[in-house]
Design a binder for this molecule. Structure first.
Ligand SMILES: Cc1cc2nc3c(=O)[nH]c(=O)nc-3n(C[C@H](O)[C@H](O)[C@H](O)COP(=O)(O)OP(=O)(O)OC[C@H]3O[C@@H](n4cnc5c(N)ncnc54)[C@H](O)[C@@H]3O)c2cc1C
Length: 485
């Protein structure tokens, strides 16, 4: 029999929203407290006159995970938002007049690869990544990460070499062309690390990319978090915005209440979907599991410098998702992960959702979001942001052979300082803890506190890892753990 509990959830990102739905469905009294004045965490949107910008996630990958979430409540995504499969899924620039379009289906992608490198081994690589995807979804990603035994099955044991080899070495075997290699290594960026540091098993992201496809929710990614909020409300969840939790109160190693700038809230169980290090900083020191030194040694996903540009004309030469891999990524990745300095000539990504969604801007304009990955913890100043902007704008104009500068009628930026002040994000990282070999499964921060009986965590710093689908999954896993306990 279920004993209904009073559960407080800190934050309203995808992981918190997911957990809120599952816990409310079990009959618990769930209250979400969000410090910002919007719900959805990093899926925030910016609306400026007739431009709508997704400020955070833009790639809707692994549609099966979203579908499975809504199906758990007897619903379908189509009851809440409309999805479009993008074709091309994305364009990748390697230089002027040198780009490759990745089609919206495997057959055409295979043709593109064959045209560039007739004797490639793409199909075998994708077959392998499909196998890994199925193992990941069926045996791995929905596990709480408490014991290695959770993930040791006949299937995973056979894949052991894939946890030792890197994706980079596997990609190098599949294709020789440097541009194709970069394309196959691109999905790893979603995991927060580099292809050389990511186990080959994560090539399941290539199956997600080429076979499951790139989708776009009409109206932008905030439509997905809005849908989850609507579902949560239907299930009885209460939401409070503009309430920051600033202290976790405990007695005998149990949370009794939390203090906020708008008063105290008592609870039977506390679940935090906010940044893990920040949440633990709200506890007395002796009840924190992880020291500052622990976080310092971890590999975080990159931070990001983002620009939101309202452009008063339609741009040629770009697609909905366009990646600019025209500079040396080895150098940029060293600047992110090793020397931890502002990049000189970084790779970047730009999104032009108006190419496929007329609700994002007028048909004759572009609502452009630009993303540059950076090392977390850099000194974020307006001058630094502007230097990068100049570098990127010049390259964007040259590569697409289009004049853009005189057509920018709105410009805003977002970077490390904003991630820290809006999300209490550790060193301003953009999407949590990277999925390296030493930061996978049992080696990630725990869903349940080892020191405080009724304190739980979810989100991109826990299992399974960064990204919208993993965050949704993490909300499900932690709810099952709470229910079990
Ligand atoms: C720029 C960018 C691009 C991305 N691109 C993609 C993409 O294309 N595809 C993809 O799948 N993923 C992408 N991601 C990653 C994805 O957005 C995240 O992994 C996911 O949204 C994280 O959800 P979460 O629930 O873990 O955390 P969050 O969204 O960070 O939610 C945590 C919430 O807790 C709140 N909070 C913090 N402290 C407190 C407090 N003291 N009191 C109350 N509330 C508090 C925060 O305000 C926030 O709302 C991107 C992320 C960024 C930033």
């Amino acid at each position: 029999m279920t004993t209904n509990k009073k559960i407080i959830i800190i934050g309203s990102g995808f992981s918190s929203l997911s957990a809120a739905c599952y816990l409310a469905k079990e009959g618990h009294k769930v209250t979400v407290l969000e410090k910002n004045d919007w719900l959805g965490g990093r899926a925030q949107k910016l609306v400026k006159s007739d431009y709508t910008f997704d400020m955070g996630p833009t790639f809707y990958w692994m549609p099966d995970v979203f579908e499975a979430f809504f199906a758990d409540f007897g619903k379908r995504t189509s009851e809440y938002y409309t999805l479009k499969r993008l074709s091309p899924a994305y364009r990748v620039y390697f230089g002027q007049d040198d780009f490759i379009d990745i089609a919206g289906d495997m057959e055409h992608i295979a043709e593109t690869f064959k045209h560039i490198e007739p004797s490639n081994d793409l199909q075998r690589f994708i077959d392998d990544s499909e196998e890994n995807y199925k193992i990941a979804i069926n045996d791995l990603v929905y596990q709480p990460g408490n014991h290695l035994s959770e993930i040791i099955t006949l299937q995973t044991a056979k894949k052991l070499p894939h946890f030792i080899k890197s994706i980079k070495s596997q990609v190098a075997k599949a294709v020789k062309d440097e541009r194709l290699r970069k394309i196959l290594e691109f999905p790893v960026l979603f995991l927060g690390s580099t292809a050389a540091k990511t186990p080959a098993f994560y090539n399941f992201m290539n199956y997600a990319d080429f076979v499951l496809g790139t989708w776009h929710p009409v109206g932008g990614m905030s439509k997905v978090s809005d849908a989850m909020v609507t579902l949560a409300k239907e299930l009885g969840v209460t939401f409070h915005t503009s309430i920051a939790v600033n202290k976790i109160n405990t007695t005998n190693n149990k949370v009794t209440s939390i203090s906020t700038d708008k008063g105290e809230f008592d609870c039977d169980i506390l679940l935090s979907g906010a940044d893990y290090a920040h949440t633990e900083s709200l506890l007395p020191k002796e009840l924190r599991q992880y020291s500052e030194n622990y976080w310092e040694r971890k590999t975080f996903s990159p931070a990001a410098l983002l620009f939101y540009l309202g452009i008063d004309k339609k741009l040629k030469g770009v697609e909905h998702h366009t990646l600019f891999f025209d500079t040396n990524f080895d150098r940029h990745s060293k600047e992110i992960y090793e020397s931890k300095q502002w990049p000189e000539n970084p790779l970047f990504y730009a999104s032009f959702p108006g190419k496929s969604d007329s609700t994002m801007c007028s048909v004759d304009k572009e609502a452009c979001t630009i993303l540059v990955p950076l090392a977390p913890g850099l000194d974020d100043t307006p001058e630094r942001r502007e230097r990068i902007f100049e570098n990127i704008l010049i390259r964007l104009e040259q590569l697409t052979d289009t004049s853009i500068r005189p057509h920018i009628e709105f410009k805003s930026s977002y970077c490390i300082n904003d991630f820290m002040s809006d999300f209490n994000s550790y060193k301003g990282n953009a999407y949590g803890l990277a999925n390296t070999l030493l930061q996978t499964h049992i080696l990630r921060p725990k869903l349940k506190s080892k020191k405080v009986d009724n304190l739980y965590f979810c989100g991109q710093l826990t299992v399974p890892g960064p990204g919208v689908p993993p965050s949704i999954i993490s909300g499900k896993i932690v709810s099952e753990l709470i229910q079990k306990n």
